[in-house]
Design a binder for this molecule. Structure first.
Ligand code: B12
Length: 315
């Protein structure tokens, strides 16, 4: 499918605005090839649709997701096992493919009107899962049109994709991706791949440049970071000390094995890599959000949603 610059602009703008409404305020464009060229990318490549530079996005969120999610969370209306198991993952599965498809439609790049069917192929993968069936709202395989292309069957290592895409530095000592603006306080939910060419100018529309949150614009033009943002303001000796300290804490924590009941210690571990960057403090999750992410207790989510919907904080 070819697209005019105007159509691409409409697609990008629609996708970004819809994601923001869903609380997904991180929409980072990049070329799938930047990941596919890495060693792990060669073993588990993202679809490229025969483009030489394929428009792809990492979709994620900062702390702002919490309240948007609480506002619509209604445990009594949960019908499926999938949603009960993880309402946030389910929310992303249900809505990210839908808004992608809608953005393509808005831009005139997809139509399921009878007699005028045409598609732009696209694919959606999730950090928690790989979806290999067409998402809701997309016609099933075999019917016309279906632009949905299954993503790789193996989980995409989203932290490594984000590193190659220039979204966040993968700090391997901590197993955490570090964003230059948010630090470690963000999550990655999904990767969207579209049969359209990626151009550096796409960054103009989609990178962080929201005046209201004063994060400033950030772009690496789909190239990896060379420096760990956690080390930006500290000396090489302090960086070395941070590595050693994280390594020691990690060894102690891993010796116990992963246990969500140790969440306070894991949070302290995450916090400790921000010592050189007090500017990241404002992105730290609220206490309930933090606890929920580590413990995934449905009761806490239900209680926070109820409080939020009743006008209390739900924090
Ligand atoms: C499985 C998983 C875990 C497992 C890891 C066990 C294991 N070794 O398999 C457990 C349950 C321990 C875990 C814990 C946490 N995770 Co985790 N995890 C994942 C997940 C879903 C898949 C990783 C994977 O298999 N990738 C595929 C392989 C091929 O790629 P890889 O790069 O080699 O992946 C390795 C590393 O990611 C590593 N790893 C990732 N997290 C952790 C945590 C620990 C403790 C260990 C030992 C290893 C490890 O294990 C992977 C397999 O070897 C990713 C999402 C994703 N798609 O990558 C999130 C992800 C990496 N986790 C995430 C988070 C936030 C956490 C937690 C903080 C809890 C939480 N949900 O809030 C904790 C603590 C992590 C920490 N570093 O402090 C975020 C990281 C965000 C960021 N800014 O970096 C991700 C990206 C999910 C998301 N929605 O954003 N996680």
């Amino acid at each position: 499918m070819t697209a005019t610059a105007e159509q691409k602009h409409i697609f990008l703008t629609s996708l970004r605005e819809s994601c923001r409404r869903l609380g997904l305020d991180v929409v980072h464009p990049f070329a799938a090839q930047s990941f596919n060229a890495t060693e792990i990318g060669q073993q588990n490549p993202m679809p490229t649709f025969n483009q030489t530079s394929t428009l792809s996005f990492i979709i994620g969120n900062t702390k702002t997701f919490w309240e948007t999610f609480l506002a619509q969370h209604c445990p009594s209306q949960i019908e499926t096992e999938g949603e009960r198991n993880d309402p946030m993952d389910y929310y992303c599965e249900r809505l990210i493919p839908r808004v992608t498809l809608q953005a393509l439609k808005d831009a005139g790049l997809y139509s399921d009107k009878e007699g005028q069917e045409f598609t732009t192929a696209f694919s959606v993968a999730f950090s928690h899962w790989k979806v290999t069936v067409p998402p809701a709202g997309t016609p099933p395989p075999g019917s016309k049109p279906t632009g949905f292309v299954p993503p790789p069957t193996k989980t995409l290592p989203i932290q490594q994709v984000a590193h190659a895409a220039g979204l966040a530095y993968l700090y391997r000592v901590a197993y955490l991706s570090v964003h230059p603006v948010y630090g470690p306080w963000f999550a990655m939910r999904s990767i969207v791949m579209v049969d359209l060419p990626y151009d550096v100018s796409d960054n103009e529309v989609l990178l962080i440049k929201d005046d209201s949150d004063q994060t400033g614009t950030f772009s690496t033009d789909s190239k990896p970071f060379e420096l760990n943002p956690a080390f930006r303001d500290i000396s090489p000796e302090e960086a070395e000390a941070m590595n050693a300290s994280l390594e020691a804490t990690k060894t102690v924590l891993l010796a116990k094995g992963w246990d969500a009941r140790d969440w306070v210690e894991w949070v302290a571990f995450r916090q400790s890599l921000t010592t050189g960057r007090p500017d990241w403090q404002k992105w730290r999750y609220s206490e309930n959000q933090m606890r929920y992410h580590y413990q995934k207790e449905p009761e806490l989510l239900a209680e926070s949603a109820l409080k939020f919907q009743q006008g209390q904080q739900g924090q």
